[in-house]
Design a protein around this ligand. Structure first.
Ligand code: AP5
Length: 217
């Protein structure tokens, strides 16, 4: 069973790898960042609460985030595995997941961490463009769309995320270092942690991660 959490700093390539993992292993890709962005686009009460926090690079409060993931993980499509991208991001979130998972027969068994040096992350975030409709992610140099500014997958106009600016990125990285990186030790102690060098070609990382997942299927 693949009950996976995908970890790494902002811009590490979690979303890029997650799409391929979910498709290849037939498990749902659950990205809390995507869920929040969808809530913001739909102007739901959650979206209205989260918008300013996310735009400035802050973390959405644990209580809201944990409730969102509890609901999502309880859905039928997670019965045969799941891929959590961007959750947990704090120790209280990890503890909530450790309590919920076994209760619903969906305990985490793999933590995949992608690490990338800060100076590379800065470039990736500055050069990222995303599709607001289907969520596809591009890089202006490394992963260019076939036609400038247009999504290869669905033909929509690409945009830059509001939190992909230098100021918000600095806050996101600080939050990652303070609140999220302690989780590496947490999952190492639990015996679930697998580390990957994210400063390699997308395809190389994918092959390395796929080998781990195939061995644990
Ligand atoms: P979220 O959407 O999760 O953002 P993030 O963690 O900052 O991660 P990113 O989406 O920025 O990066 P990524 O690692 O997915 O990289 P990508 O594959 O796109 O969260 C956004 C916000 O929501 C948070 O800041 C917070 O406010 C809130 N939030 C979410 N979850 C929360 C939680 N649990 N608790 C509280 N708040 C929460 O790649 C980046 C770029 O690099 C792309 O251009 C890509 O094409 C390129 N690239 C990828 N891999 C490679 C490679 N190997 N080589 C070269 N280029 C590459």
């Amino acid at each position: 069973m693949l009950n996976i959490i995908l970890m790494g700093p902002p811009g590490a390539g979690k979303g890029t790898q997650a799409v391929d993992i979910a498709e290849h292993f037939h498990i749902p890709h659950i990205s809390t960042g995507d869920m929040f962005r969808e809530a913001i686009a739909n102007k739901t009460p959650l979206g209205l609460q989260a918008k300013a926090i996310i735009d400035q690079g802050g973390l959405v409060p644990d209580s809201l985030t944990i409730d969102l993931v509890k609901d999502r993980l309880s859905k039928d499509d997670c019965a045969n595995g799941y891929l959590l991208d961007g959750f947990p991001r704090t120790i209280p979130q990890a503890e909530a997941l450790a309590e919920l998972g076994p209760k619903i027969g969906r305990a985490v068994n793999l933590a995949v961490n992608i690490s990338v040096p800060d100076e590379i992350l800065v470039d990736r975030i500055a050069q990222r463009r995303v599709c607001p409709k289907c969520g596809a992610s591009y890089h202006l140099v490394n992963r260019k769309p076939a036609k400038d500014g247009i999504c290869d997958r669905c033909g929509s106009e690409l945009i830059q995320r509001k939190d992909d600016n230098a100021e918000s990125f600095k806050v996101r990285l600080e939050n990652y270092n303070k609140q999220t990186s302690p989780l590496l030790d947490y999952y190492k102690k639990a015996g679930f942690l697998h580390e990957f060098n994210g400063n390699q070609a997308v395809e190389t990382i994918r092959q390395e991660v796929f080998s781990l997942l195939e061995a644990n299927q």
